[in-house]
Design a protein around this ligand. Structure first.
Ligand code: SAM
Length: 287
């Protein structure tokens, strides 16, 4: 049994396999003995649960998940890590490594094929930061039968993802995430907890899937309005929506007025519910 939180142990294993870290694949492996057990403890909601992990690395988090869940399916893009994982995870028989790009993987099919005998499914990962937003949006939009997502992301991304809609830190992704999940920042992780050490600090967040939707009847229209507002967040909503969506200013102003907003309202003026109402009103006036 290896101590995968020990930097010199991990270095020796990797050297033996002739492995060099790939910056392009966001390979910063966790070497903090407290972080993976805590992430796994939050993700493995019961002994009978299934876990999807994104990016196994040397298996430091995978091993903690295997100890607590019924089955772990880990998607790892770098095929050089497969023999490494064969060695580091040899004591477990409840995992499967899929050598694939998570963004090109049909996760619904994966759950149906690999995790149907689990009571519930959660996602747990120390994400490769270059694909943080697309991975999170894929997990939320693919209508997966998952209970929650526990992921490590860059600290600034964690703050944005868990910000309150309408706060200064919120952005289009905050709105999008809040449509699907309750968000919570669990704990921060310093850059020294990784090998090699990245330039930025990190944080672990929890996204618990919401049961019902937010009453969004046309997601395409809603999200294009949200992007228009937040892409030009310093402008008034009248100007940003009008230029971003090609809708006459008078129509946008009318929609805002009918909902009781002043003409100077901008990105930070709206709660999630108010954005949903604004999109509905705007669509009504435009059709
Ligand atoms: N879980 C390990 C840990 O905590 O030490 C590794 C985390 S490391 C930040 C991210 C991992 O994701 C790397 O092993 C990398 O090869 C893998 N990866 C990068 N891009 C990927 C992709 N598109 N699909 C699946 N895995 C990917």
């Amino acid at each position: 049994m290896y101590n995968l939180s020990d930097a010199s142990t991990v270095r020796k294993i990797l050297e033996r396999h002739g492995f060099n870290f790939s910056k392009a694949l966001g390979q910063n492996f966790l070497i903090d003995p407290d972080v993976c057990p805590e992430m796994a403890e939050n993700a493995a909601v019961s002994e009978n649960c299934g876990i999807i992990e994104i990016g196994a690395g040397v298996g430091v988090l995978t091993a903690e998940l295997c100890k607590r869940a019924k089955k772990v399916v880990s998607i790892e893009l770098d095929k050089r890590l497969l023999p490494v994982l064969g060695e580091t995870l040899s004591e477990f028989d409840n995992y499967k490594i899929i050598n694939a790009d998570v963004l090109k993987t049909d996760l619904k099919e994966l759950i149906n094929e690999e995790l149907t005998d689990c009571d519930e499914v959660c996602v747990c990962a120390n994400l490769p930061y270059y694909i943080t937003s697309p991975v999170i949006m894929k997990l939320l939009e693919d209508e997966l039968p998952i209970k929650k997502i526990i992921v490590m992301v860059q600290k600034e991304a964690a703050e944005r993802l868990t910000a309150e809609v309408g706060s200064r830190q919120s952005g289009a992704i905050t709105v999008a995430v809040n449509c699907y999940a309750e968000t919570r920042l669990l704990f921060e992780v310093p850059k020294t907890s990784f090998m090699p050490s990245p330039k930025v600090d990190s944080a672990v967040i929890e996204l618990t899937m919401k049961k019902g939707g937010e009453g969004i009847d046309d997601p395409k229209f809603f999200f294009s309005m949200v992007r228009a507002i937040f892409n030009q967040r310093r402008k008034t909503a009248v100007n940003s929506i009008s230029s971003g969506m090609g809708i006459p200013k008078a129509k946008v102003a009318e929609a805002l007025k009918s909902l009781g907003f002043p003409e100077i309202a901008r990105a930070e003026s709206f709660t999630l519910g108010e954005l949903v109402s604004l999109a509905k009103e705007l669509k009504k006036l435009c059709s």
